[in-house]
Design a protein around this ligand. Structure first.
Ligand code: PLP
Length: 459
């Protein structure tokens, strides 16, 4: 870095357009200028060290400047940084494909690379649509529709937005989108079907509703897409046990493909399994991976498919059964090397075995937050947490959006050395899997202090 902090800030204000950022509030909300990182901490231009409480937007797995991943990228750099994957192969990505297929639930057997979570979803949607047209199964050509959950988030490209269910993000682009079939989100705290049942029962009612809608749309359904276990960007909505397996079973009975979008929850986030589907013994037809795939180092994503799906695309060139989709940087060698090193760490340190204890430690610390005034709901899924702030804990009334309560709590945490970024009034904790017990306490301390300072007592 050659420019000074002040120069960078000036250029940032003049020339940069940030994602998901209302720019009139940007500078006032004390954005960080990151210049380094070490372990689970970020280092900013003032030399401040901040715990990375959202894993650099949910992708960092084992901390920053992790020696094994750094070394793997350097070694790959001495061979080649990138070569095309279109009609050709490049070594580290082939190895990564094999490793991913071995880890994923059977019968996923093929790996298609792309560059980010949104493209992994685009690929899955296009595969599903084309699959039915050429699978040879009677009625396949009529299967053109996709069903997704309300409050779903599958990325920001237009196909992914079409199956998204967050009005604030998605409604503007309505005219450009294809129409999705929808199912209520199993959001027990804000029950969409208006039941005042206990969460366990309510969750089952939501599953029944989902199954009924899937069966009703049966013959026209190409695919059902779902974020297994946890709807992330929609507000950290934890699905009741049994919901995913009920949806999976109905999807299969309806003759549609199940797309599991594990961009956020894959790679151990559930704290119980490598992939969240495995928690419920579900085997999707298509599995979307991103974020943690390279340890959070480089952009790379993957869509895994079963041999049955792949078979429908086989054929001589003239038959036109090819999947006509690909990106310039597909199968990037540096990213694949980072991915392989990440999987090596999972294996060498038997990471998955240590995660339940970490998730429990986090849960115990969260007890301090659950009882705070203004905290309506604390939802945890493995090592992912959403803390929903409300103006009134009895009626569950929200704060006016312009008060930006979630953002205020996160800014307070940043001042206390913990980097957080909210989803509206849901404060998100999504630390690297490598977070230590001491760092879990530091994380929750900062959230607790932030809520005490920035959220008026709920009634
Ligand atoms: C983040 C996310 C995406 C989009 O990934 P990008 O890499 O940001 O394009 C898709 N699906 C889910 C569930 C996500 O959390």
């Amino acid at each position: 870095m050659t420019a000074s902090r002040d120069t960078l800030v000036r250029w940032d204000d003049r020339h940069v357009w940030h994602p998901f950022t209302p720019h009139d509030a940007y500078r006032d909300e004390d954005p960080l200028m990151i210049v380094g990182g070490e372990g689970n901490e970020l280092i900013d231009a003032d030399g401040r060290r901040l715990l990375d409480g959202v894993a650099s937007l949910w992708c960092n797995v084992f901390g920053h400047r992790r020696p094994e991943i750094d070394a793997a990228i350097r070694q790959q750099l001495d061979r080649i940084a990138h070569a095309t994957f279109l009609g050709n192969a490049s070594a580290p990505a082939v190895e990564l494909a094999k490793r991913l297929v071995d880890l994923a639930p059977d019968p996923l057997s093929r790996c298609f690379f792309s560059d980010d979570g949104s493209t992994a979803v685009e690929v899955a949607l296009k595969m599903a649509l084309q699959f039915h047209g050429q699978s040879g199964v009677a009625g396949g050509a009529r299967r053109k529709r996709v069903l997704s959950l309300d409050l779903a988030y599958h990325g920001d490209t237009l196909g992914a937005v079409s199956v998204g269910g967050i009005d604030l993000f998605h409604s503007t682009f309505g005219p450009l989108l294809f129409e999705r079939l929808s199912v209520p989100s199993p959001h027990c705290y804000r029950c969409p079907i208006g039941s005042d049942l206990e969460p366990a029962t309510c969750g089952l009612a939501c599953a029944e509703e989902a199954v009924a809608r899937i069966m009703r749309s049966g013959p026209e359904l190409a695919a059902v897409i779902v974020e297994p276990g946890l709807q992330g960007a929609g507000g950290m909505i934890v699905q009741p046990p049994g919901f995913l397996s009920a949806v999976a079973e109905a999807t299969q009975r309806a003759g549609a493909l199940l797309i599991a979008d594990e961009v956020a929850v894959g790679f151990g986030r559930s704290a119980e399994a490598m992939f969240a589907c495995q928690r419920e013994g579900v085997s999707p037809d298509l599995l979307c991976l991103g974020k943690g795939l390279t340890g959070g180092y480089l952009p790379m994503a993957a869509t895994l498919a079963t041999e049955r799906v792949f078979d429908a695309f086989r054929g001589r060139p003239a038959e036109g059964r090819t999947f006509f989709h690909g990106h310039t940087f597909t199968g990037n060698a540096l990213a694949a090397a980072a991915g392989l090193a990440t999987l090596d760490i999972f294996e060498a340190e038997d990471v998955l075995r240590g995660l339940p204890a970490k998730a429990e430690a986090l849960d115990r610390e969260l007890d301090r937050v659950r009882s705070l005034p203004g905290v309506g709901d604390v939802r945890r899924y493995g090592l992912a947490v959403g803390i929903e702030l409300v103006a009134d804990t009895t009626t569950r009334r929200s704060f006016p959006a312009e008060e930006r309560r979630g953002m205020r709590v996160c800014r307070h945490a940043v001042r206390n050395g913990v980097f957080l970024r909210p989803l509206g009034d849901v404060v998100v904790l999504m630390p690297p899997l490598s977070i230590t017990d001491a760092e879990i306490v530091r994380l929750v301390d900062a959230v607790e202090a932030g809520i005490r300072a920035e959220v008026p007592g709920g009634a």
